[in-house]
Ligand binder design. Structure first.
Ligand code: ADP
Ligand code: ASP
Ligand code: MG
Length: 405
């Protein structure tokens, strides 16, 4: 029998009524003849509430205990979803990430999946049960509970689809699919029928939180084709798959906006070989992902110092500042400054490979609106700029209108 993996995000399981609706959809899929594995997230807002409580106790919470805490969110949902299926007469069983055989490394709050042993899952599927797995969590070989980074239930679903060789993997959320921009920011955004892994990767890395970045990396690596669709209706969603030739006809596939980054500027860094290596190795050791980096030209020839700016997730900012303070005596820089009032705007499309002048056009559009660019980075299929957060939404709409309307 073919296996179907369905993932329901926080908004799809936000209330017990919605959980009942999820159960009804799952039950229909089982009636269609599938062995169904359901991955659920914590109820909407739950993970944020748990994080806020932890921070009331300590500003940089102990990471092992953080995982112990955050994993409870998903554990509530799996039990309620299994009960909702029971109430509709469908045999179902809930499993934590550990029980489902999801083994991870020990990097708490951002663990990576090492492998999946789906013995238990198969046992229950073969007994005719729907299997409900807690998203976003796993366990280390030593038995510690871990979580997979924000939005990590997407990764649980994709990884299970790969491990179980699922025929279909559906990601149910609160929008009809992947749009040309966040529909909440750009009302004229259109739903895409399909998108390549590489474009989805760049959009996910540019703040389109509809899919977690790592889950898309995983899908690309293992060739998992998946569909992003709404749990509120039956509209067809967006298929995410390997690039097809025809996809290159579109220069810009989508606009991404990330308002969850912060810019850190290390001022007065001695302009000598090895200083950048020291800064970024220390951040890497603390498992902090750095996105954009800019180093200014040396300030004075007789006393060469420079400023180094980089961006990190806002959630990592306190940790990044602590790392920098600890490094200060070793590097001998002057000061550190943090700016949370930034937005990263990106345009993405595989068609950019064959077209020149796309970045120039983006800069012109922003110049016309008198929006200052603070940082720039590019890849073969993406151009990103850091701008003032206050003007970020407006900039996203203007850029969307210029390239996609
Ligand atoms: P879930 O709780 O189902 O995991 P998320 O909140 O993580 O859902 O992701 C869905 C949200 O992603 C949407 O409500 C939408 O506001 C946002 N989003 C950002 N960019 C995009 C995009 N390009 N296409 C669709 N949704 C997007
Ligand atoms: N509950 C987790 C989060 O809010 C995981 C997820 O929703 O995918 O990040
Ligand atoms: Mg999500």
């Amino acid at each position: 029998m073919a296996v179907l993996v369905q993932k329901y995000g926080g908004s799809s399981v936000a209330t017990t009524d919605r959980i009942k609706k999820v159960a009804a959809r799952v039950s229909r899929s089982q009636e269609e003849g599938y062995q169904v594995v359901v991955v659920v997230s914590a109820m909407q807002g739950m993970t944020d509430r748990l994080i806020a409580m932890a921070k009331e106790i300590m500003p940089i919470p102990t990471e092992r205990e953080m995982d112990m805490l955050l994993s409870t969110g998903e554990q509530i949902t799996i039990a309620l979803t299994a009960m909702a299926l029971h109430a509709q007469g469908v045999p179902a069983v809930s499993l934590t990430g550990a029980q489902a055989g999801i083994l991870t490394d020990g990097v708490h709050t951002k663990a990576r999946i090492l492998n999946i042993t789906p013995k238990q899952i198969y046992r229950f599927l073969d007994a005719g049960q729907v299997v409900i797995v807690a998203g976003f969590q796993g366990r280390t070989p030593e038995g510690h509970i871990t979580t997979l980074g924000r939005g990590g239930s997407d990764l649980t679903a994709i990884a299970l689809a790969a491990a179980l060789k699922a025929e279909l993997c559906q990601i149910y959320t609160d929008v009809d699919g992947v749009y040309t921009a966040d529909p909440r920011v750009a009302p004229n955004a259109r739903k895409l029928d399909e998108i390549s892994y590489d474009e989805m990767l760049e959009l996910a890395g540019s703040g389109a939180k509809v899919m977690q970045l790592r889950s898309v990396e995983f899908a690309k690596k293992f060739g998992v084709v998946f569909e992003v669709r709404s749990s509120m209706n039956d509209n067809p969603g967006t298929i995410v798959k390997e690039e097809a030739k025809s996809m290159e006809d579109v220069v810009v596939r989508g606009v991404g906006l990330d308002k969850n980054q912060a810019k850190v500027t290390v001022e007065g860094v001695p302009d000598r070989p090895g200083k950048a290596a020291q800064i970024f190795s220390a951040l890497a050791r603390a498992a902090i992902n750095v996105d954009m980096i800019v180093q200014n030209v040396s300030r004075a020839a007789n006393h060469p110092v420079t400023d180094v700016s980089f961006t990190v997730d806002k959630a990592d900012l306190p940790k990044a500042l602590k790392v920098m303070e600890e490094l200060k005596p070793q590097i001998g820089f002057e000061s550190v400054d943090a700016n949370e009032q930034i937005g990263k705007l990106s345009i993405v499309g595989v068609g950019m490979r064959g077209h020149s002048g796309v970045a120039a056009r983006l800069f012109e559009i922003l110049a016309r609106e008198k929006i200052n660019i603070e940082m720039i980075s590019t890849s073969e299929i993406k151009v990103s700029v850091v701008i003032d957060r206050k003007r970020a939404d407006e900039a996203a709409r203007t850029v969307h209108a210029a390239f996609l309307e």
